[in-house]
Design a protein around this ligand. Structure first.
Ligand SMILES: [Zn+2]
Length: 172
């Protein structure tokens, strides 16, 4: 009988949970607000958290207007070119906001960046819980998927590699 080897993986120290990246998707907004309330209670009790969890309302202007975005899709503003290109006061709101978020949670790809970003979205498609990852070998995401797969009957995992490879797996 083969025994699985125990592998020591690096510990997560900073996690971000983002809601409202699309301002008309209210589940993430609700969850982030509830997590903020729960965090306040933890702070009142002076309990020490083992992991720093940052709750972020990503696109407050779009949330106020219950719109997907104001000028452009925030979800498409996190390319290195957009984050580091020239900037003016006339830049679209979401491009300015992506830079603020990159300063808060990143810089993207740097050792200072958070270890994991959970960006919460809604869909009107009848597809249950859906998880999108950008790698099929990210151990953190694979553990989260496995945990959710065990606790949900209908969940989908969608993996994208540079927007070329799309793999959809349905777990029943
Ligand atoms: Zn969305």
């Amino acid at each position: 009988m083969e025994v699985d080897k125990v592998v020591a993986l690096p510990r997560l120290s900073r996690v971000a949970v983002c809601g409202g990246t699309h301002g008309n998707e209210l589940s993430g907004v609700y969850l982030v607000r509830e997590l903020l309330k729960a965090k306040e209670k933890v702070m009142e009790k002076e309990e020490e958290e083992s992991v720093s969890v940052l709750m972020v309302l990503s696109n407050p202007r779009a949330m106020q207007q219950c719109r997907r975005y104001i000028d452009t899709d925030l979800n498409r503003c996190f390319t290195h070119a957009t984050l580091s290109g020239p900037m003016s006061d006339m830049a679209p709101y979401e491009i300015m906001r992506s830079r603020e978020l990159n300063a808060m949670l990143g810089p993207k790809g740097s050792p200072e960046a958070v270890d994991l970003v959970c960006d919460l979205h809604n869909t009107t498609a009848n597809m249950g819980l859906c998880l999108i990852a950008y790698s099929d070998c990210d151990w953190i995401c694979l553990h989260i998927f496995r945990h959710l797969q065990a606790s949900h009957h209908r969940s989908y995992i969608h993996m994208e590699k540079k927007l070329i490879l799309c793999l959809r797996v349905r777990f029943t």
